[in-house]
Structures are given as C-alpha cells and as structure tokens.
Design a protein around this ligand. Structure first.
Ligand code: ARG
Length: 653
C-alpha cells in the first residue's frame, strides 16, 4: 500500500466538499522532514484559511474532525501556525510490513491507469564518436524503462539512432580516399571512426584557415574599441565603465576564439603528413556534404557502402549495450523514416502550418525566435522533419499515450519547437516530455570525453571502471577479519557488478538536470551515496542470514509475524513501506534520483537498526525471527530497487 497516497486520498475527500481545487491542497500532505513531527505533515490549513475565511488553526481542527483515518493514524496533532502532523499507528505498520514481507511485489501495486509509453533513449549517432552524454541517456532511459514497466505500464523502448546524418558523407568520403584496407578488415568500426575524425579534422582545418583573417580583423577592431573607451572614459562615468567592461569581455572571447583557431591550424601544419592530405583535399568539407546528399538521393554505390557499414556500427554499439545489460524493443533509427519525410512536409504545407521562407520550408511558431525548418534550401530534410515523422509513427502505429525523450538539455529548444509543431499538426492528445539531463564534466571543468572520444572509448571506460572496482573488491576482501573469502573468479564477477553499478549510479543519483563531474574515486567510494555502498549494504544483510544459519525462503515463509517494539524496528518498517511512494514519485517526474535517495536512506535506516537491534544473536526466538524477516525484506527492497536502476547485486562481496 502507498500510505502517502492513501492519506492524501482521505484528505481529498474532506477537502472536496469545501474547495474546488482539492487536488492542490491534498498534495500539501507530504512526508515529514523531521520524525519529531510525525511521519507525514499537511500544511494546507494556512493557504486554505484565506479561502475559507477562518484562522488556520480552526481550519486544521475542522479537517482533523472530519478526517476518517483512525484505522491508519493516531489522533493527528496541530503544530505551529496550523501544521497537521500525522503519526501512522504502529499496529498498522506491523500488519502492513508483514504483508509486504511475503509479497512478491514488495507492496507495490500496479498502476490503476495503465499507459502506453514510448521511451526514446540512448540514440547515439552511428559511426560518429559516441560521448558520455549518450551513456547518460542510456542509463537514465533504461532505469525509467524498468521502473515504469514494474509499475505496470506498457512501455516500449525505441533507440532512435542517428544513422542517416552528415557523418556518413564524411565516412564515405574518407573511405574512398583514405581507407586502410587491412585496418578496415580487422576492425571496421575503429577504422570508420578514424576516417570520420580525419575528414572532420581536415574539413575543420580548411574552414578555419578561411575564417581566420576575418577573426583577426575582428580582434583588431575589438582591441581598438577597448583602447578608445579606455582613453575617453572618465573616473566617475558609471555607464562608460560598464561599457568598457563589456568591451573587454568581448575582446577576451574573440581573443580566445583566435587562439583556438590558430592552434587548430598549427596542429595540422606542423604535421607534414596531415598537411599534405589537407592540401590534396581543399574542398573536403563540401565534397563530404555532396556524398551525404548522394546517399540521401538514393545513389546506389553510396547506399551499398552504407548497407555495408551499418551492421558493423550497430554491432559495436550492441557490444556496449550487452555489457550494460540493456535491450531495446525497437531500434528505428533516422533512416527508417526517410521514405515518410516528403509526406510530412506536404501535410504541414497543405494544413497551412509550413511555408516557404528564403527557399526553405519553415514552421513559424509564436514566441519562438527561430523558425522550425523542415526542409532546407537544397531540398534536404532535417532532424526536425524526422522527429515529426517519428511522432506520427509512434502515435498512429505504436498507439503511444506518452512519449519520453531522454536527451541532453542542450536540445531543449529543438524539443520545445517539435512539441509545439506536433500540437498544431493535430497530435494534441499524446503527452510529449523532454526528460532532459545536464552535461557530464571532466575534472578540468570541460565536458568529459573518453580518451579516444568514441564508441571504442566507451568500452574502455567500462573496462577502467571494472579494473578500478577490482582493486576495491580485492582490498576489502583481503582486510576481512577472518581472512579473504573470495577466489579470483568471484572477485572478477563482483568487480564487474561494482564497476558497472558505480558508473550507472553516478549518472542516476544526481538531479538529472544538473551537470556533474565525472570522478572515479567518488563514484566507487565504499561510503556515501554510491552503488558500492548500497551493494555492500545488501551483501551485509545477506551475511546475517548466513550467520544465523537460515535460508531466505525459510524466513519468508515463517509464521512468526513481524513485531515492532523498538523505535529502530519501527523506523525500518516504515522506511520499507515507502518503496511504492518512492517509485511513484520517480515515475511522476521521471527522476531516478528519487529512487536512489530512497535506497540510500533505506541502507542508512537499516544500518541504525542493525546497530541497535541484535539479530542473529538475539535470544528471544520470536524477536529474532521478526528481525530476520525485517532484514529479509530490506534485502529484497535493496535488490529490487537497484535492479530497477539496472544495477546488480551479489550476496557475497
Ligand atoms: N542522435 C541524437 C544525438 O545524438 C539524439 C536523438 C534523440 N532522439 C530524438 N528523437 N531526437 O544528438
């Protein structure tokens, strides 16, 4: 049972007879921040007092009088200006936790309104460097997939891979001009990645060489402007000083761009080999674009190469997915929608939503600075056109009620315009949600890159996590009071669980909108809010059963009911009963960190309980069994909770 939801429901029925927006006021009943104030607290009496024209304390008293909760709670108390504090009856907790201890679903009831949800996540650009941002999308998206499915929704995961973009033009060009056939045969993806980077670099070089004189001119202008302002601005001229500060800022940013451009050019020019290639391919940028255009126009040779490259690229991605234990129901990449794009643009035009502007076909949206371009001057369709076709497919063919896009926050504008356009187009029933997330930063404060910056690099990243985890697992095992317990194979198996769990958890436990710093030591720490801590907590609980010499299933089927005599027992039971609450909150806002918080608190609450209440050594048989049952339920909740985040556990570590 979700106690929070139950209490809100009961409060709601009292509120409904008094005010119109009962929902809003019922939602003001929340878990207490401080256990001194009971388990839950409602602060709706204060805002209600205005509407009802009575002092808050009277409102609170009236609500309490009308509330029918004596089966669940002690008599509620009024505190301060009119807070209502609820304390759940220990008898009730006892009954509930006993039921949960036997329940497969750990007290989590399937949702009453099942939705069809499509989750668009991971979506790397094939053959182009995959960055940790894609890993973040993968990890968050997969956790949401697992959680929403567990709650009883009908969820489809769809990997909207970028398999049709301009990177293919670069690869085609690179393949034709620079391929190392032996390397290609040995590891096609690594070679294609190299070709992509090479073509990209040469193209950038030529573009930068072209732009540099303009940039340098801008620099001298900006220097002049600063000099002029410095000469004229007076001591007490506040506005002038502000202006000068602004000019200096601009100068600095232009100076930085010039520096960056010069470095990029010098890098190529100092490398004789590279410089030779650059000179031999002066039009590489345009030529690569032409290859993309040819592919899109159906050129058979380019199409054949694309057909050859794609399976290898997909397989390289799948290697990473398999290691992460991630499966997709669908992988309908951008290329899948190509045959449908012309019809999308036609439909938008015929509905009067899209119009021509400077040769491009655009949707103009109120309050948006830029138009949403669905076809470029050269006739090419865009990322936007594909996403519109994708919405049509997901609504019409997949019958989606909700579509979630787990994508980098930097694409926020794109999704805002996409959703607005879809609404105008007539897809106004489906819920469209950008589940956006921040950037993973390196310790240097710049976006974090894997060493090679590509998909192979991502595999290296996982390897590094596992090898670091092995060090931690081994050190921990070696320091056990009665000597090491794990053989090499066990250590390796556990290191994999700890390493991958650590990487996933790091992505999940931050508020997804924030940027965070990728930090190995923090990520794998034994103490603190980490997967490692939680995995060890789980193993510790399992150790209790071994120490007590009982099997988990024997504990679970025991007739002994759970009794909550000690405060720490009650606190643990209450925490365990809030699993449903945590999952519901996670699903409501698509925030896996609500679940990680819950699990972290659960591990901590357990730890306090275990400090205060002996289990295996408890002499009273009834108390011992009751506590073992609490431990067993804790173990299952930790295991289930972590598994919903895609994180594995081991009974021994
Ligand atoms: N491939 C895109 C990128 O790497 C992400 C695609 C996200 N999904 C979507 N339907 N636009 O930036």
């Amino acid at each position: 049972m979700n106690i929070l939801q139950e209490l809100r429901g009961r409060l709601h029925s009292v509120l409904a007879s008094k005010v119109e927006d009962a929902d809003r006021f019922a939602a003001m009943l929340t878990p207490s921040q401080n256990p001194e104030f009971g388990d839950y607290q409602a602060n709706c009496a204060m805002p209600l007092s205005k509407q009802l024209g009575k002092p808050p304390k009277d409102v609170a008293a009236e609500l309490i009088a009308e509330l029918n909760i004596s089966d669940l709670c002690e008599q509620p108390e009024i505190a301060g200006p009119g807070f209502i504090n609820f304390r759940v009856k220990t008898d009730f907790l006892q009954e509930q936790i006993d039921t949960v201890s036997q329940s497969e679903r750990l007290g989590v009831e399937p949702v009453s309104e099942k939705q069809r949800i499509v989750i668009d996540y991971s979506a790397p650009n094939v053959a182009k460097p995959m960055h940790v941002g894609h890993l973040r999308s993968t990890v968050i998206g997969n956790a949401l997939y697992r959680i929403l499915s567990f709650l009883g929704h009908d969820v489809t995961s769809d990997n909207h891979i970028g398999d049709w973009g301009t990177q293919f033009g670069m690869i085609l060009y690179g393949y034709r001009n620079f391929v190392d056939q032996a390397a290609y045969e040995k590891d096609a993806v690594a070679e294609l990645s190299r070709l992509y980077r090479l073509v990209n670099r040469l193209g950038e070089y030529h573009q930068t060489v072209e732009e540099l004189p303009g940039l340098e001119w801008k620099l001298s202008e900006a220097e002049q402007a600063v000099n002029d302002a410095e000469a004229t601005v007076e001591q007490d001229d506040k506005r002038g000083k502000k202006q000068l500060k602004k000019l200096r800022g601009e100068l600095e940013s232009i100076r930085a761009s010039v520096k960056k451009a010069e470095a990029l050019v010098a890098d190529v020019e100092q490398d004789a080999e590279l410089k030779k290639l650059a000179d031999a391919h002066p039009e590489i940028h345009t030529d690569a674009r032409k290859e993309t255009a040819k592919l899109h126009a159906g050129d058979p040779e380019n199409r054949q190469l694309w057909d050859e490259f794609l399976p290898a690229c997909l397989e390289a991605m799948n290697v990473v997915y398999r290691r992460l234990d991630i499966n997709f129901d669908l992988t309908l990449g951008e290329s899948y929608y190509q045959p449908q794009l012309a019809s999308v643009v036609e439909e938008l035009k015929s509905k009067g939503l899209a119009e021509e502007s400077q040769g491009a076909i655009c949707v103009f949206l109120p309050e948006e600075r830029a138009p949403f371009i669905v076809q470029k001057q050269d006739g090419a369709f865009t990322y936007a056109t594909t996403d519109l076709a994708t919405i049509r497919y997901r609504v019409e063919e997949l019958k989606a009620d909700t579509i979630l896009y787990v994508v980098d926050a930097r694409q926020g504008d794109h999704f805002q315009m996409l959703f607005k356009t879809a609404r105008k187009w007539g897809y106004d029933d489906v819920a469209l949600q950008h589940v956006s997330f921040g950037t993973v930063m390196g310790k240097d404060g710049k976006p974090f890159k894997t060493r090679a910056g590509d998909i192979v690099g991502l595999g290296d990243l996982l390897d590094e996590a596992i090898s670091r985890a092995l060090g931690i697992v081994a050190a921990n095992d070696d320091s056990k009071p009665n000597g090491a317990e794990l053989d090499e194979a066990a250590r390796a198996r556990i290191a994999e669980i700890v390493g991958l769990g650590g990487i996933k958890y790091a992505d999940l436990h931050h508020n997804r909108e924030s940027d965070y710093i990728f930090d190995w030591d923090k990520m794998l720490a034994m103490n603190g809010d980490t997967a490692t801590y939680m995995q060890y907590a789980y193993a510790r609980v399992c150790g209790i059963f071994r120490k007590a010499g009982v099997e988990r299933k024997t504990i679970r089927s025991s007739d002994q009911a759970i009794v909550l005599n000690h405060d720490a027992e009650r606190a643990l039971a209450f925490q365990l009963l809030r699993f449903d609450e945590a999952l519901t909150a996670t699903a409501q806002e698509y925030r896996p960190n609500f679940l990680t918080n819950y699990l972290f608190e659960t591990a901590n609450t357990f730890s306090t309980f275990y400090d205060k209440c002996p289990v295996a050594s408890e002499e009273n048989e009834a108390t011992r069994l009751s506590r073992l049952k609490l431990c067993e339920t804790t173990a299952r909740i930790l295991e289930q909770g972590l598994s919903l985040l895609g994180i594995k556990t081991s009974e021994r570590m």
